[in-house]
Design a protein around this ligand. Structure first.
Ligand code: NDP
Length: 247
């Protein structure tokens, strides 16, 4: 089947959608009429379970194998989407890890490398694999799930909430993701594709041993807004529920 000849509705792909904020983004997108949501997950059992749970709620959801640290996996996912639908309307780069809480002076290159493999390189490889499909959509939308912790402006403000926060590997990976967001938005500014970064706020998930104060569904809200922006909406921005976040 190919969407160039058939109307397949809206096709949305969410990386790391088997749990946490990504699952709630998938659920929210899938709740919109005519939307098929593709659950990108590296583990077959977890991916299928999420798709099945959403399907039981009436969502059109399918599991797609994806490990963002493996560019071959991203390309295979894109090939499958091409064969099934011929295009992609929404890409949400949500998969992310936080593996160390160390201060900069105690952070190893290995921790940096592992974090960047997922949070930075994974986004570039998945986005590049999906771009040809997004270009075929009438209004492509890319949402990168960043964090307020990636804001250099907030981190460098002695009066700000994150002056004392270290987390070098995670925070710097999200700062890099912010530049990635702006860079893609600039390259694609003449196209129909909008690229924005979302800050979900501090949500209770496995990533932070459920310390967060917001629910994953609350965290998903800003990503859902950015994934469904109208044609006159922003591109190259960084937003939370309250509006723009300083870079
Ligand atoms: P979770 O740990 O609950 O979910 C992370 C998801 O990413 C899981 O589905 C996980 O899959 C997946 N994932 C991790 N590595 C890979 C990989 N190599 N390939 C494919 N999928 C992968 O975390 P959250 O829901 O909290 O995080 C989602 C995003 O939100 C992240 O980018 C995070 O940085 C961001 N964020 C989270 C905040 C929070 O307070 N929770 C705040 C701000 C941003 P698996 O189950 O297989 O491990």
């Amino acid at each position: 089947m190919n969407a160039n000849t058939e109307d397949t509705g809206t096709i949305a792909f969410v990386s790391g959608a088997n749990k946490g904020i990504g699952y709630e983004i998938a659920r929210g997108l899938g709740a919109q009429p005519g939307t098929t949501v593709l659950i990108g997950a590296r583990d077959e059992q977890r991916g299928r379970a999420a798709a099945d749970t959403l399907a039981a709620e009436g969502v059109t959801a399918r599991w797609v194998r994806l490990d963002v640290t493996d560019s071959g996996s991203a390309e295979a996912a894109a090939k499958w989407i091409d064969e099934e639908y011929g295009r992609l309307d929404i890409l949400v780069n949500n998969a992310g890890i936080a593996i160390s809480r160390d201060a900069p002076s105690a952070t190893s290159p290995e921790v940096m490398r592992r974090t960047y493999e997922t949070n930075v390189f994974g986004v570039v490889s998945l986005t590049n694999a999906m771009l040809p499909l997004l270009r075929r959509a009438p209004a492509g939308r890319v949402v990168n799930i960043s964090s307020g912790l990636g804001s250099v402006a907030l981190a460098s403000d002695p009066q700000g909430p994150w002056w004392e926060t270290n987390l070098l590997s995670y925070n710097s990976s999200k700062a890099a993701l912010n530049m990635i967001t702006v860079s893609y938005a600039k390259e694609l500014r003449e196209s129909a594709i909008k690229v924005n970064a979302a800050d979900p706020g501090y949500c209770g998930t496995d990533l932070n041993q459920h310390q967060g104060v917001r629910t994953p569904a609350q965290g998903a809200a800003i990503a859902l807004r950015l994934a469904t922006l109208p044609g006159d909406g922003p591109t190259g921005g960084f937003f939370n529920d309250d509006g723009p976040v300083p870079w």
